[in-house]
Design a protein. Structure first.
Length: 182
């Protein structure tokens, strides 16, 4: 898609890192990734976008230094980066030299975090599924061994079924009467 001129992905609830492949969109004049949940550093390869006239990564969770104030990136002010409290460097007032020993997370570390989150989700989902299956079969075993519980359960289901059936019939009758009157 090297023919692409404008890429506006703002307000899309995007997560993860900004992909390096965006730097291959050589005709890009406008890039807006603002108001998402992007993390990690801004890829250095974006400097290859020499025809860029508008750029915004505002209001994400980006960290590390901003892109060098060279060529087209020298024309973008702090509004392009605002809302990212962990970004530093020009044109922002926060200097990266204030963090001399800070190691900014790399793309690989961000990918590992994403993998960890998906493993956590898988464990959470599996434990809920296991809980549901065990609970269901315990309930079924209790109904099997406790005759009075079984009778009470089926009587309750039968009563609710009858009640729902009567309500549906009354509703259908009301509709038919309303149609006849019109």
């Amino acid at each position: 898609m090297s023919w692409l001129i404008t890429l506006n992905l703002s307000n899309n609830y995007l997560t993860g890192v900004i992909p390096n492949s965006i730097s291959k969109l050589s005709q890009l004049l406008s890039l807006d990734l603002s108001h998402n949940s992007l993390t990690g550093q801004i890829p250095r390869k974006l400097i290859k976008l020499t025809s860029l006239e508008a750029f915004s990564v505002a209001y994400n969770n980006l960290s590390g230094p901003t892109l060098d104030m060279k060529a087209q990136f020298g024309t973008f002010d702090n509004r392009s980066y605002e809302g990212n409290p962990n970004l530093c460097g020009p044109p922002l007032s926060k200097s990266c030299f204030s963090y001399p020993n800070r190691k900014w997370p790399s793309t690989n570390e961000m990918d590992n975090d994403q993998r960890d989150k998906s493993i956590d989700f898988l464990i959470l989902f599996s434990s809920f599924a296991l809980f549901f299956v065990v609970s269901f079969w315990c309930f079924m075993a209790a109904l099997y061994f406790k005759r009075n519980w079984r009778y009470a359960m089926f009587t309750m289901v039968d009563d609710y079924g009858d009640m729902i059936y009567v309500r549906i019939l009354l509703f259908v009758r009301k509709i038919r009467v309303a149609q006849r009157d019109n």
